[in-house]
Design a protein around this ligand. Structure first.
Ligand code: EPU
Length: 431
């Protein structure tokens, strides 16, 4: 299994460029299935999740050419509504293909979704949305099968502003007959970026002030060219690395507007930043101090920023409180940080903020971090993508050697991590 070796202890200094957003790119590749014309996507990150999503589209018969960070896709040659079961469990994307495939064929079959084991992650909202739009959907032998002569507009009131369910509803309703209203929709920057591509393709989508999205179905979509938004999760991850290691990092392409809540939290903890014409520079503003953070849907503090931020908090003076309200089981990685010397306790209670939907039951979704602590290098096994980055960050801050197994988890979502850490003076090798 591929692994990293990191000799820690040196501050990260220098300049890197933010890649395109993983959670925008994969969805926009699916959107390309909605037209026979060519869709060109620029700033596509070179990561495992993009590769596997392209492979799924190719398996359906689409033509996809990859030239560096630009991909050209033509779905006119798609000859099947069946995503092969070999893609079962690889990521969250297959379920997003149901709507586009129904528009093409009137039937679709997709394997079970996978993704990181950070909670139950059901897809009931997706299926409910598809049924409201007129599809019949059933799970048969480990495969979701759906049928619909023509999807029609509907009212979809999401019980929770799920990113994936909002995207499912969007991708299924743009070509439906009539108007769809998605209430309590998620409005993450990656969703807005998907809407921008769909608008270029001819879709009629309005985001209302109350977080409802209104989609007026059109009969045809055309090709378009779109540059994928920068990855705000990668930006926050390296920003936390810069401040935790007492370094100074300019991230070109970082967009202030997509990380405002993160910037507030960073400043409260003693981190500083400077917005430049090229991006955002991150460094320490003084002694690091403890804080309280609660994750939430956008524009709240993103759940995918939580793990690198916790590593940063291990370097801050005092007792910090972190309440994870999006995924119910996202603190598993803290055990390895404890093994490195961090003082972190995980609790099932809602600490530090409002009670959330995980207040009852056995959900380890809050933690206390006592800092500052000296971290020591160790041997670690990466359990999932964001946990993986937090291990790399902790290893850069720690004294001594860390050996981190499971590099493929990180490479699923971060482009050229060893290259970027090396560029910042970190001592990392991949094998
Ligand atoms: N939920 C349901 N039913 C559903 C859908 C969601 O109960 O049908 C619940 C989930 O269990 C979870 C919450 O709603 O508790 C939020 O889930 P959401 O659907 O928003 O998440 P997702 O679409 O599966 C995306 C990102 C995640 C990110 C979350 C939240 C992708 C591929 N993944 O997941 O990113 O944490 O939104 O922002 O877009 C990552 O990149 O490492 C990652 C895990």
């Amino acid at each position: 299994m591929p692994s990293y070796r990191i000799e820690g202890g040196s501050p990260l200094r220098g300049t890197i460029r933010a890649s395109g957003a993983k959670n925008a790119a994969t969805k926009q590749i699916v959107a390309a299935l909605l037209t026979d014309d060519e869709v060109v996507l620029d700033n596509v990150p070179r990561i495992g999740d993009v590769t596997v999503t392209i492979d799924m589209c190719k398996a359906l018969g689409a033509e996809v050419e990859v030239h560096g960070e630009t991909i050209r896709m033509r779905a006119a040659t798609v000859s099947s509504g069946e995503v092969p079961v070999a893609f079962s469990g690889v990521n969250r994307i297959p379920v997003l293909m149901v709507g586009p495939l129904l528009h093409r064929y009137g039937r679709a079959s997709v394997p079970l979704v996978g993704g990181d084991a950070i909670g139950a992650r059901p897809i009931d909202f997706h299926m409910d949305a598809l049924r409201r739009l007129g599809a019949s959907v059933a799970l048969e032998g480990g495969v979701w099968r759906a049928e619909a002569k023509r999807l029609h507009g509907a009212l979809i009131d999401l019980p929770y502003p799920s990113v994936g369910a909002t995207e499912s509803a969007l991708l299924s309703s743009v070509l439906a007959e009539g108007t769809t209203v998605i209430k309590n929709a998620a409005v993450e920057p990656e969703i807005v970026d998907l809407i921008l591509l769909l608008q270029k393709m001819g879709a009629l989508i309005t985001v209302e002030v109350d977080r409802s999205i209104v989609v007026e179905g059109v009969s045809r979509l055309r090709g378009a060219r779109h540059r994928i938004i920068g990855d705000r999760i990668e930006v926050a991850s390296f920003a936390a690395a810069a401040v935790a290691s007492n370094g100074n990092v300019l991230i070109e392409g970082a967009e202030q507007a997509t990380i405002t809540t993160f910037l507030n939290a960073l400043r409260r903890v003693g981190g500083e930043f400077e917005v430049t014409p090229d991006g955002v520079r991150f460094f320490r503003g003084g002694e690091l101090r403890s804080t309280t953070v609660e994750t939430d849907v956008h524009p709240g503090f993103a759940t995918d920023w939580q793990q690198p931020f916790v590593v940063l908090l291990t370097q801050a003076r005092g007792l910090s409180v972190v309440h994870e309200t999006v995924h119910e089981r996202r603190f598993g990685y803290t055990a390895e940080l404890r093994a490195m010397g961090a003082t972190i306790e995980v609790y099932t209670a809602c600490l530090g903020g409002r009670p959330c939907r995980y207040r009852y039951g056995d959900h380890p979704h809050s933690c206390l971090v006592q800092g500052p602590t000296h971290l020591r290098g160790t041997t670690m096994q990466i359990p999932d993508l964001r946990a993986g980055f937090s291990y790399l960050l902790a290893a850069c801050v720690a004294s001594g050697l860390s050996v981190i197994d499971g590099a493929h988890y990180v490479e699923r979502g971060y482009s050229d991590i060893p290259g970027k850490i090396t560029q910042l003076g970190g001592r990392i090798s991949a094998s």
